[in-house]
Design a protein around this ligand. Structure first.
Ligand code: NAD
Length: 471
């Protein structure tokens, strides 16, 4: 893919476009934009065959206007200093936009995990955590990592365990990282959270009749044709929830090829096929496409890039046919690609908003770890007995009785997952209303990305002002 400027420069271009529309002092805007600190570590890995390899890893803390700072850990060969700085900056703006009280951070280890054994990945993860701990780049009140591209609950469990071993007796040590397995202090719903948030965000964007009409589409998700790039954590759950919400998943692109079926793909079966065969290619009933990036240019209503940055550039943007491009990944559209898509009248739902579901539920997990109690534990039974009392009173007044199934459905109190999902839905809907409102205030002359940046810049600026740093 053609690459125009560096990823961090790209993020800063988007920042600048929004910043000129705010009234904050130039010095303050410069401070917000800067990356506060980057730590580059290299350490040796003894491979299973006895050879020694040097591993390079980074942690960038973009903004300390709120603590702790928060952001995922990525395992990819493309990791470098510029990438972690860009992703950390996006975290700052994302957290501010959805009112999650964290500064932005991001970490990465430069490896292709497919070429390392599980034991080697564990050694790398534990050593990386040790290095972060030594330099105070991790801790419940300092810097709280989470999963990102190439990492998941297993790596987070190793990180939490290593940190706990190094900080004996620290009561809140589990809150040093989020995205952990539920048995290791994780919260129910975190695994699906980013994809579920992507679904809530797209559903909300598609619910506005006039916005859809401008694109020549009906409102709602029903029968909208969707192409997804990347069937990992974010892409898989986003596709699954979009399908459940009435959309048709017509295409899926993976790193080694793509599949297409205009009649629709059963996402769960594609995932099982991928697990069994090691690839999504040759999925029964679908056309297999070797040139995976060409799928992005297929006819569809919504394109969901959910893999990596720089996927839609000035080179391929003119050929994108989707009316809506929903940025589930971080930075999948370059700023030049974005301008071209806009000229072609496309709607872009920006990453800072759309994939914020992950950090929102990470915030819930962090709160759970600090409070040392599962959400719903104290209130669920009480809520159920209150609901039952109300139903019985209604039966008495009406002289009619509810069936056993109706009672079971109406009485149930909210458990942890219900509360997490409802908090996520509320957050995504509010954030979309907010950026749509800002766009409206600017007479619809700005796009949703600029509106999201304006909201984020205003909130970070307010934090600095309240700290008295910029009177
Ligand atoms: P993941 O590692 O679980 O999945 C990524 C998938 O993309 C993999 O299946 C990989 O094979 C595929 N892929 C790689 N290159 C590709 C290519 N060129 N074409 C098609 N597919 C390709 O990663 P993830 O956690 O799903 O993250 C994906 C994106 O979402 C990243 O940009 C990440 O920063 C962003 N994100 C993730 C989270 C989270 O909670 N995991 C939260 C916010 C944002």
């Amino acid at each position: 893919m053609a690459h125009e400027v560096s990823f961090f420069d790209d993020v800063n271009r988007n920042f600048d476009q929004a910043a000129v529309l705010t009234k904050h002092p130039p010095g303050l805007l410069k401070q917000i934009k800067m990356c506060n600190g980057v730590y580059h570590i290299s350490f040796p890995l003894k491979r299973d065959d006895g050879s020694i390899e040097t591993i390079h890893a980074w942690r960038a803390e973009h903004s300390h206007h709120k603590l702790p700072v928060k952001g995922g850990i990525r395992y990819s060969v493309a990791v470098n200093e510029d990438e972690v700085k860009a992703l950390a900056a996006l975290m700052t703006y994302k957290c501010a936009l959805v009112d999650v009280p964290f500064g932005g951070a991001k970490g990465g280890v430069k490896i292709d995990r497919r070429f390392y054994s599980q034991n080697e990945i564990e050694r790398i993860t534990r050593r990386y955590t040790y290095e972060l701990t030594k330099k105070s780049f991790i801790g419940a009140g300092i810097d709280v990592p989470a999963p990102d591209y190439g990492t998941g609950p297993q790596e987070m469990a190793w990180m939490a365990d290593t940190f706990a071993a190094l900080s004996t007796g620290e009561l809140d040590s589990l809150a040093c990282v989020t995205g952990k397995p539920v048995s290791q202090g994780g919260v129910r719903g975190r695994m699906e959270a980013t994809g579920r948030g992507v679904y809530f965000g797209i559903r909300e964007a598609c619910s506005h009749v006039e916005d859809m009409k401008a694109l020549g589409l009906n409102s709602g998700l029903n029968d909208k044709r969707v192409i997804v790039q990347g069937l990992g954590n974010v892409g898989y759950y986003a596709a699954k929830f979009l399908r459940k919400g009435g959309a048709i998943i017509t295409g899926i692109a993976e790193y080694d090829g793509a599949i297409y079926n205009p009649g629709g793909l059963d996402v769960g079966s594609v995932k099982s096929h991928q697990k069994e065969t090691g690839s999504i290619m040759e999925f029964p009933g679908a056309k297999s496409i070797k040139d995976t990036s060409s799928l992005l240019e297929y006819e569809c209503d919504i394109l969901v890039p959910a893999a990596l940055e720089n996927q839609i550039t000035r080179e391929n943007a003119p050929r994108i046919k989707a009316k809506i491009i929903a940025e589930a990944a971080n930075g999948p559209i370059t700023s030049e690609g974005h301008s071209i898509l806009k000229e072609h009248g496309r709607m872009i739902i920006p990453d800072t908003f759309l994939n914020a579901g992950g950090v929102t539920v990470s915030y819930f997990e962090w709160l759970k770890n600090l409070s040392h109690v599962r959400f719903g534990r104290m209130g669920k039974r009480f809520e159920e007995s209150t609901n039952l009392g109300m139903l019985r009173a209604m039966e008495k007044m009406s002289g009619k009785s509810f069936s056993e199934e109706e009672i079971q459905f109406l009485v149930q109190g909210a458990g942890e997952e219900d509360l997490v999902n409802s908090g996520l839905e509320e957050t995504m809907i509010n954030a979309f209303q907010e950026i749509r409102g800002i766009k409206d205030k600017h007479n619809n002359e700005i796009d949703l990305r600029t509106a999201a940046f304006i909201s984020a810049i205003d909130k970070v600026a307010q934090s600095y002002m309240e700290l008295g740093i910029f009177p």
